[in-house]
Design a protein around this ligand. Structure first.
Ligand code: ADP
Ligand code: ADP
Length: 231
């Protein structure tokens, strides 16, 4: 629940820039929502304040019923590892950890005991068809397997919402489609909410609803209808 959020960069009025100008919207549990807009519109800024990586200047953001704008830094770190999943453009798999260890990361960061981590990693890896590569290092697996490992890591701790920033940006259309199908699967079968920032029409076609942003303001919203394959 994003309510009248403003983000102003810079302190002095002559240098300050309002990157988000009173943004309000809701993403409902299990909803797959895209954020689209031209370069400089405020998409990344919006994703950063929702993901708690940056602080809104004013306004309120609630995730899973908790107001993140009121939390202290240490509470935010705990909240992030419990309730948020991230999928980045370059996947950000840690090269010196196995695929297993990469997927386990959100759970190890929360201090979950390794004997409890194991079945959860195996379960999500099984669902995404990457059980056979758990012992391998990222360098030794294919691009498609890396994507699925990143998706598994975003999901393993059952976050309230997965936040994705241009996840298909560096992919050819075959791999882009496969990543979007994976995200659709997470969304449908695990009823995790997804907020996806993109300017790729293919990715956008997987969203149930798209919010269009320009000059820090949401100016349009489109909902996918059943007979509409793409926007
Ligand atoms: P998008 O992701 O839609 O391309 P951004 O959210 O990155 O847009 O940026 C929105 C606007 O805010 C841009 O005009 C950008 O120059 C400005 N901006 C982003 N980060 C900063 C910053 N740290 N300091 C000053 N201006 C910034
Ligand atoms: P490979 O099949 O590539 O040879 P390994 O035999 O080394 O892989 O490892 C496969 C198994 O080891 C997987 O079932 C995986 O769950 C487990 N595994 C890999 N790394 C770890 C780890 N750090 N902690 C626990 N189990 C791990």
């Amino acid at each position: 629940h994003v309510d009248h959020v403003e983000k102003i960069f810079g302190r002095k009025s002559e240098n300050s820039f309002k990157a988000l100008d009173g943004v309000s919207f809701d993403i409902y549990p299990g909803e797959f929502v895209g954020i689209m807009g031209p370069s400089g519109a405020g998409k990344t800024t919006l994703l950063n304040v929702v993901s708690t990586l940056d602080q809104a200047t004013s306004g309120k953001i609630e995730i899973a019923g908790r107001d993140i704008t009121m939390m202290k830094q240490n509470e935010l770190a705990d909240f992030r590892s419990a309730e948020l999943g991230f999928i980045f453009q370059d996947f950000n798999l840690l090269e010196n950890l196995t695929i297993y260890e990469n997927i386990a990361l959100p759970l190890s960061l929360q201090g979950v005991a390794s004997k409890n981590i194991r079945p959860l990693v195996h379960q999500v890896a099984d669902k995404l068809g990457i059980k056979s590569i758990l012992g391998k290092y990222p360098v030794a697996v294919s691009g498609g397997q890396k994507q699925r490992a990143a998706a598994a890591r975003a999901l393993v701790h059952e976050p309230a919402i997965i936040l994705a920033d241009e996840p298909t940006g560096a992919l050819d259309s075959k791999n882009a489609r496969s990543l979007m199908e994976t995200m659709e699967h997470l969304n449908r079968h695990h009823s995790v909410s997804i907020m996806l920032v993109t300017h790729d029409p293919l990715s956008a076609s997987y969203c149930e609803r798209i919010l269009f942003i320009q000059d820090g303001t949401i100016y349009k919203e489109i909902r996918r209808t059943e007979d509409q394959a793409a926007f």
